[in-house]
Design a protein around this ligand. Structure first.
Ligand code: GDD
Length: 370
């Protein structure tokens, strides 16, 4: 437990001579205005420009400003983790040096953590958030990375944000081993946390200097996602593990539905003497009911499980999504088989998998949104 300061603002830097003095000044002004007793910790990766002497000079005049110069294992995320280890407070705020992140929001993050959240995440992708001045290529890459990250953390709208605050206990002792840019994913995947809040913000692209994002950054990111998944699965704990458990259960329930469907189709046609298409319609509907019951109780364990009107609402939503899934399946089958000439069984399997992803994603976010 360290309580020298209320808050440590960690600023990773590499060649930020145009921005660093101004951002430190801006953060200090925020401290002054909000009454937060905060420190600024600049973690630099041996910049080749004047960043280091500039920060040294500022640190010489301000007790609350410190500089760490790293010489090994170059990297933004590694620098942030080093900042966590050196901070002299129990709440850490991470921001870019280039004014992409609005410093005036820092008190909101701080208050969110003081109010009980373990992590406060600046989100560009929730209502009120936005990105200014990004070229199309950068937008597409970011959307792809975010979508990928949301497979692991579906509740978080911006899991690759570089603007976040975190409580010391979340990261201390956590085996963080990040590469590349996505430090927040590492914190979410390996930190010890229960609650988070998201705070919308408008990301402004840097006016001075240039982004250091490179192709290796993206491959690092994919490796990091695999590593976080492996970590959660081997420990059988954490949010990523919980998500995979849900996906697996949803899949098993889907399989049980196939048995219900086939069994009923056979029984109604053979023993009850119904026309097979009528049997099929009844079998489809009852397999949807079967799947709903198991998903409601087992896969998502809805907390208000017993409230009847909520249950009916969820069932209505599940029913609509399932019918949509059926259409998705048929559309993919038709498109692949008829238009692209793919063998129809392969086309159907692809349709089933895409419909499964559709069903899971939509139900996860709407029917059983937690
Ligand atoms: N210490 C250190 N080492 N700092 C670095 C390094 C490095 O290797 N590379 C970049 N930085 C610093 C920069 O000096 C800046 O303060 C901050 O990290 C962000 O660097 P940019 O290169 O401007 O990042 P970006 O705009 O491409 O990416 C930002 O947005 C992403 C979301 O799209 C960052 O906030 C990312 O963390 C975030 O994922």
């Amino acid at each position: 437990m360290t309580d020298t300061y209320d808050l440590t603002v960690i600023i990773p830097t590499f060649n930020e001579e145009e921005n660093i003095a101004a951002i430190i000044e801006a953060v200090n002004e925020v401290f002054l205005r909000s009454g937060i007793h905060g420190e600024v910790l600049v973690v630099d990766d041996s910049s080749k420009d004047r960043t280091i002497p500039i920060v040294q000079e500022i640190a010489g005049q301000n007790d609350n400003v410190r500089l760490i110069v790293r010489t090994e294992d170059h990297g933004l995320s590694q620098s942030v983790v080093e900042g966590f280890g050196a901070a002299r407070s129990d709440i850490f705020q991470v921001i870019d040096a280039d004014f992409s992140h609005p410093t005036e929001l820092i008190p909101r993050f701080y208050e969110a953590i003081r109010g009980g959240a373990d992590i406060a995440i600046g989100s560009r992708y929730m209502k009120g958030g936005d990105i200014e001045q990004w070229p199309l290529k950068r937008r597409v890459i970011s959307l792809g990375a975010t979508a990928f990250g949301r497979i692991l953390f579906p509740e978080v709208t911006d899991p690759v944000s570089g603007f976040f605050a975190v409580r010391r206990e979340v990261v201390s002792g956590a085996p963080l081993a990040p590469r590349g840019y996505k430090i927040l994913m590492e914190v979410l995947g390996k930190g010890r946390w229960r609650s988070f809040v998201e705070i919308p913000f408008v990301f402004k692209d840097r006016e001075e200097g240039e982004s250091k994002l490179r192709l290796e950054t993206m491959t690092d990111y994919l490796r990091q996602c695999a590593d976080i998944t492996r970590f959660s699965v081997t420990r059988r704990a954490g949010p990523v593990w919980d998500e995979w458990k849900k996906i697996a259960r949803f899949g098993l329930v889907g399989l049980s539905g196939i048995f219900v469907n086939m069994g009923l189709l056979y029984a109604l046609t053979e023993f009850a003497g119904l026309y097979y298409l009528i049997s099929a319609a009844i079998a489809i509907e009852l397999s949807i009911v079967n799947n709903f019951i198991w998903n409601d109780i087992w896969t998502f364990g809805a907390a208000d499980n017993l409230r009847f009107e909520r249950k009916i609402q969820r069932f209505g939503s599940f029913q609509v999504v399932s019918m949509g899934g059926l259409l998705v399946n048929m559309a993919v089958l038709f498109l692949l088989a008829d238009v692209f000439g793919v063998y129809y069984l392969v086309a159907n399997l692809t349709g089933i998998l895409i419909a499964f992803a559709w069903n899971y994603a939509i139900n996860r976010h709407f029917t059983w949104k937690s």
